[in-house]
Design a protein around this ligand. Structure first.
Ligand code: FES
Length: 150
């Protein structure tokens, strides 16, 4: 990782003004912002580590943990909530063995919730990467996850 990091950071020596693009570029290269990267960013820019963490933590786009190869987003919007989104989330968490915000040990899935997927008439819904799974029951969630390959 160190080599990739050095390569991304090399144009930014002393560039305290470029923190956001630096964070974006590092995340694009590595997939997230590990502690090692945060320390290197602080050293490269000359900013205090606390400042680098404060800025990165402020923006939802930055991640401090690696993500899974697939993202599951369970909708918690009103239409989905009324039609049992809580049970869908519970079943998804049970089936994956993780809770919202976590990534499975094998790095296959990251589980998140979202305010609305935009398919309210088909509630309750989840999204797996780009695919919407609609009118779900908890049983269907397990079947969908069991039936998915890598
Ligand atoms: S509320 Fe779930 S899709 Fe809109």
């Amino acid at each position: 990782m160190h080599e990739r990091l050095s390569e991304v950071l090399s144009p930014y020596k002393g560039r305290r003004d470029a923190l956001i693009p630096i964070l974006q570029n590092v995340q694009a290269e590595i997939g997230y912002l590990p502690d090692e990267a945060m320390l290197e960013i602080a050293k490269t820019t000359g900013l205090p580590e606390s400042r680098v963490y404060a800025v990165a933590s402020f923006y939802a786009q930055f991640r401090f943990k690696p993500r899974g190869r697939h993202t599951i987003m369970v909708c918690r919007g009103t239409a989905c909530h009324v039609r049992g989104a809580e049970k869908i989330l519970e079943e998804t968490e049970r089936a994956l063995g993780i809770v919202e915000g976590e990534t499975t040990e094998d790095k296959k899935y990251t589980l998140e919730t979202v305010a609305c997927i935009g398919c309210c008439a088909l509630a309750p819904c989840i999204m797996i990467d780009e695919d919407v799974e609609a009118k779900l029951t908890p049983k269907m969630v397990s079947e969908i996850l069991d039936g998915r390959a890598e």
